[in-house]
Design a protein around this ligand. Structure first.
Ligand code: OVV
Length: 399
């Protein structure tokens, strides 16, 4: 006898359409309220928006694999647009050696040495920006400029050409989604940008003391192969800039628009780190990732068939009222730990300590220099298939 399984809730919404990318809030609520798993008919996708189920899917790497791609494209049937990431688009056991190498190089302990230099870099940048006047667009002036200076310096690549990392990342994160207009927009430059990024991963393109050189040294040590080293460096250059740019924009936006928040940060600069994590929960710079079912997987009585794609809405989970009190409020008194903005489980963001250190340096310096921070005009969103991003964030600072 075959048991009849309850039909899944269905939706014909397009989460990669411009309406939902502009403001996903209402769609996220519908998704969470419809059930633990919702069939998105347009893409034959199994979507999760509740914290509990997103968290469970992120931690069950056996049932929900990454090796068939963490975008809509299924590597079982389609050739990836670039050689897959050895970290992101891989499962144990292949995933584990590259992960262990990068985990160690980017550990909290290992990156502590960067703190003082990054404070000096933040001081130089903030002074330069404020010298030009009190009103400016925080996206290029701070949120892009700071990570584009300090992170590629820490990896050890040349100054020349590093602005390529932004359109490369924008396309990479679009390419996780469907082949829509956003992917078409990035396509004309991708050969040139990929060639530039790949060239930066070579041993002789890297300074002797950076994260990149340490990855190559790990290959000399036998922890990974020499063939793997450039692809592991590529992961840092792929995942390390646009994500942080949008995380920094998120925290600046939150602090500029939440009454009293800037004053609290001024009085207690030690709040910089929790402010950043709360902003990552609140805005979820990385909104979504996919997995692929390795077998027929039962979730809450519903079956996700073998080989189907699962779409985990990190942004919906991070505002699930079943998990968070007043989830829509950016709250410096909240403990945001447990948010899934950096993912969860064995793929959880390996660069998160670097991102926090960047945010801490920039916010600490801004909190010293700026008496107030407020919006100078309406911010404008930048649509991306994966990231919650901005085109501009006009702010005014009183010194
Ligand atoms: C988390 C993430 C995003 C994009 C690219 C990669 C990782 C990578 O490993 O290349």
């Amino acid at each position: 006898m075959t048991a009849t399984l309850p039909a899944l809730p269905r939706s014909d919404a397009d989460p990669f359409g411009h309406d939902i990318l502009e403001d996903p809030t209402a769609f996220h609520a519908e998704l969470r309220d419809a059930g633990p798993v919702v069939h998105l008919e347009r893409y034959d996708l199994y979507a999760m928006g509740r914290y509990q189920h997103v968290h469970a899917a992120l931690t069950d790497w056996q049932a929900f694999q990454s090796g068939a791609g963490v975008g809509l494209s299924n590597f079982r049937y389609e050739k990836p647009w670039r050689p897959p990431s050895l970290l992101l688009e891989a499962d144990p056991p292949a995933h584990d050696a590259p992960r262990a190498v990068v985990s160690k190089i980017l550990s909290q302990r290992a990156i502590r040495r960067l703190h003082e230099q990054w404070i000096r870099d933040a001081e130089a940048l903030v002074d330069e920006v404020l010298a030009a006047g009190p009103t400016f667009d925080a996206v290029p002036a701070l949120a892009e400029a700071f990570p584009l200076r300090v992170f590629p310096d820490a990896v050890g690549i040349a100054r020349e050409g590093r602005e390529h990392l932004l359109p490369y990342g924008d396309h990479l994160f679009n390419a996780f989604g469907p082949a829509n207009d956003l992917v078409a927009k990035g396509a004309p430059r991708i050969a040139e940008l990929s060639a530039w990024v790949n060239a930066q991963c070579a041993r002789d393109a890297l300074t002797p003391d950076g994260f990149g050189a340490r990855i190559w040294a790990a290959a000399d040590h036998g922890d990974i192969t020499h063939d793997q080293a450039p692809l592991v460096v590529r992961s840092l250059l792929s995942a390390g800039v646009d994500t942080t740019v949008n995380g920094l924009t998120a925290v600046l936006y939150a602090l500029a628009t939440t009454p009293g928040a800037w004053q609290r940060l001024r009085t207690d600069p030690g709040l910089a780190r929790v402010a950043f994590d709360e902003a990552v929960r609140w805005e979820s710079p990385v909104q979504t990732f996919f997995r692929t079912a390795t077998t027929d997987v039962t979730v809450d009585g519903a079956v996700i068939p073998d080989g189907k794609k699962i779409l985990m809405f990190l942004g919906a989970a991070n505002r699930d009222p079943r998990r968070w009190a007043y989830p829509e409020v950016f709250d410096l008194d909240r403990d945001p730990s447990g948010h899934v903005g950096f993912g969860m489980g064995l793929h959880q963001c390996v660069g998160q300590h670097v991102a926090r250190l960047e945010a801490q340096a920039l916010l600490t310096v801004l909190a010293r220099r700026a008496r107030t921070v407020e919006l100078a005009a309406e911010p404008v969103r930048h649509h991306n298939n994966t990231m919650r991003a901005w085109a501009s964030l006009p702010i005014r600072i009183a010194v």
